[in-house]
Design a protein around this ligand. Structure first.
Ligand code: ME8
Length: 636
């Protein structure tokens, strides 16, 4: 069997900074590639950034920045983050690179020449968040089901790809290739999408509305729809149509994504490939979504986990281990720092770390810090080595079935069994009894087990596994044989603890949940060091106000417009509370307002003042008054 695999992550949008979700998929792909390397595969691993489209254009505008400069900056954040998480992609593609744009134009021209792209007038509900048109049927209460905002009605002339003509072919292809889209739930979801008639895909945006994109090769008044552009990265990066890498790796392509982008990957992409005369990818591997303390991660809720903060606190390898172990591929999982600490202490510190520590210590004490020469193996030695062999034999099928967490559990089971083996064989008694030959056999076997566990965990914990190898006097590489040779006589280092236990209870998630220091409210950062004078505080005029009218601001998901009664005046304020409070709940409430704040425009609405709220772990909570007071009451 050919041993080759091409692994890809989605290319991430650069309208937001990387968070734990992006880190998860990218770590997962890095881990998968390292495991395949361990099995002797030739691997190629691609990631990158998706830089065109409405979303990015608006984000750049919001940052008062040229789109290209904005793209350079945020793309670099992603590119620079990956090595710090021990992720080593072979390539990082940006959709603004010429090598990519060239292939997008080529693919478009080809499909156009085949007569499968046509020009037509179209009106539809357009969601900027999703960058796509919705049919009325797809909307939920008139809103985009993902972004919960009312889409804009847009009518314009555009180009369309005749995707509908591939519907029957795609249904048959998915049916004939049971592992084309996996796990099965996502294959079923795809087949269920395909029960409804497939519409042609609008693949352009008029340049007059959106200048930021790849011009269509056959009409430069239009730019390419961002998904038609982005998906092509998977082939542009490896040199489609006749590059060496394309020939070598395309037929073994494995795309990894979360469930949010199933439709473009499971439907648009195979149809685009078919139209361009390219074989479909080999597998689409779809994982679930991480939530944070059981809530959807969202910037508005302020509960987005910044991967670097956590990995700095507990170590990159422990963070990688936790992510892989606590999510069953395909299902959703909940992130909590408490679980991370538990996982760290039980698996990494107690089971694996402890195994390495006790064996190196015993070799130090009983064998003058040299790997001992083993004598003939006895039944318990053979049994434990057989369990290791069984694990090694199960690896290919566990990997092929995306059972990453089961694989880690099996490795940990061998580490646990190895600890038990040491307890049962009691080298300390053998030493006392002066049964040196048996002592050496047991310690050699135990060392082999510890090194093997370190090696097998290496794809997830590359740095710590290398440290473990170093303690046994050897150097680790991912592409080294699974059966690491352990030469008697090698010097062994003792006394280093790979994973010191985290004793303290986990600190409040408040310390880890922001996306970056720059997004912390200034008061929070400075609260301890900087004391202010009473006069400074007194400058802030706080009043009780009654909410008279409250309504959501159209086309935003978090803003609410309110008319408030301040006693001496009625005025309008706009606040980011619509994700947490319904307008009906607000009407009649007495809230606390900063009255003398400079007015600010949000979505064209003037906000004269700011309401106060506590930013709790579970979300926002408005500051209100304990007993009824009249509007306009002074707060001090
Ligand atoms: O969709 N849990 O980019 P994107 C797990 N540019 N994974 C998550 C996650 C979460 N809570 N949040 C994000 C795009 N992800 C397009 C892709 S590909 C041709 C174009 C991960 O920045 C997951 O991999 O919105 C998800 O599919 C991806 O980030 C979406 O990244």
């Amino acid at each position: 069997m050919e041993k080759r695999i091409y692994i890809t992550t989605p290319i991430y949008y650069i309208n937001a900074k990387p968070h734990i979700g992006h880190a998860y998929t990218t770590i997962l792909c890095d881990v998968a590639r390292r495991f395949y390397r361990l099995l002797g595969y030739e691997t190629y691993f691609l990631t990158g950034t998706d830089e065109h489209g409405d979303k990015i254009f608006r984000a750049a505008q919001g940052n008062q920045c040229e789109p290209s400069r904005y793209a350079d900056e945020i793309s670099a954040l992603y590119r620079n983050l990956w090595p710090t998480l021990h992720i080593q992609p072979d390539d990082f593609i940006r959709t603004t690179e010429e090598r990519h744009k060239k292939v997008v134009r080529e693919v478009l021209s080809l499909i156009y020449q085949r007569g499968e792209i046509y020009h037509a007038r179209y009106g539809g509900f357009y969601c900027t968040g999703c960058e796509r048109f919705y049919t009325e049927k797809e909307l939920v209460d008139g809103k985009c089901p993902d972004h919960l905002v009312e889409p804009e009605w847009i009518e314009e002339e555009n180009y369309f790809f005749k995707m509908s003509m591939y519907q029957e072919w795609l249904i048959q292809y998915v049916k004939d290739h049971p592992d084309f889209i996996r796990p099965e739930r996502y294959r079923n979801e795809t087949l269920s999408f395909l029960k409804d008639p497939l519409k042609d895909l609008c693949i352009s945006r008029p340049k007059s509305r959106l200048p930021w994109g790849i011009p269509l090769p056959f009409d430069d008044k239009y730019v390419t729809y961002v998904w038609f552009d982005a998906l092509v990265n998977y082939i542009s990066a490896i040199g489609y149509p006749d590059g060496e890498k394309f020939k070598k790796f395309w037929h073994c392509s494995n795309h990894f994504t979360a469930k949010d982008i199933l439709k473009p990957h499971a439907i648009y992409w195979p149809c685009m490939l078919k139209a361009a005369g390219v074989e479909p990818y080999l597998h689409l591997n779809v994982h679930g979504y991480w939530s944070m303390d059981k809530q959807k991660m969202s910037k508005t809720l302020g509960n987005v986990v910044a991967p670097l903060d956590l990995s700095r606190k507990y170590g990159v390898d422990s963070f990688r281990y936790f992510l892989l172990k606590d999510m069953t591929f395909g299902l959703d999982a909940d992130f909590s720092e408490e679980n991370l600490v538990k996982r760290f202490n039980s698996d990494l510190a107690n089971d694996f770390g402890n195994l390495v520590k006790r064996i190196t210590e015993m070799i130090g004490k009983y064998c003058e810090s040299r790997i001992p020469e083993p004598g003939p193996l006895q039944e318990p030695d053979k049994l434990i080595l057989a369990s290791l062999e069984e694990l090694v034999n199960s690896m290919p099928s566990l990997l092929d079935n995306l059972k990453f967490n089961d694989l880690l559990e099996k490795i940990m089971n061998v580490a646990r069994a190895s600890n038990k083996y040491v307890n049962d064989q009691a080298p300390w008694d053998l030493y006392k009894k002066k049964d040196i030959s048996r002592l050496h056999t047991v310690l050699y076997t135990a060392a082999k087990l510890a090194v093997s566990c370190a090696h097998l965990l290496g794809p997830v914990t590359p740095e710590k596994s290398a440290e473990a190898f170093d303690q046994f006097g050897i150097t680790r590489r991912d592409d080294q044989s699974i059966h690491v040779p352990l030469q008697p006589g090698l010097p062994v280092k003792t006394g280093e603890i790979l994973f010191p236990k985290v004793e303290s209870p986990p600190p409040s998630p408040d310390t880890i949940k922001t996306e970056g220091k720059d997004e912390q409210p200034a008061a929070k950062q400075g609260a301890v060091e900087e004391r202010i004078e009473y006069e400074d505080f007194a400058k802030v005029k706080l009043f009780a106000a009654r909410v008279l009218v409250a309504e959501r601001v159209p086309k935003t998901d978090k803003l609410m417009r309110m008319d408030i009664d301040l006693g001496f005046e009625k005025r309008q304020i706009v606040a980011g509370i619509a994700m947490e409070y319904a307008p009906e709940e607000m009407i009649g409430k007495t809230i606390v307002v900063v009255e003398n704040l400079k007015s600010k425009k949000m979505k064209g609405l003037e906000s004269k003042g700011m309401l106060l709220a506590a930013h709790g772990k579970k979300g926002l909570s408005l500051i209100t008054v304990d007993r009824p007071v009249e509007p306009g009451s002074d707060i001090s």
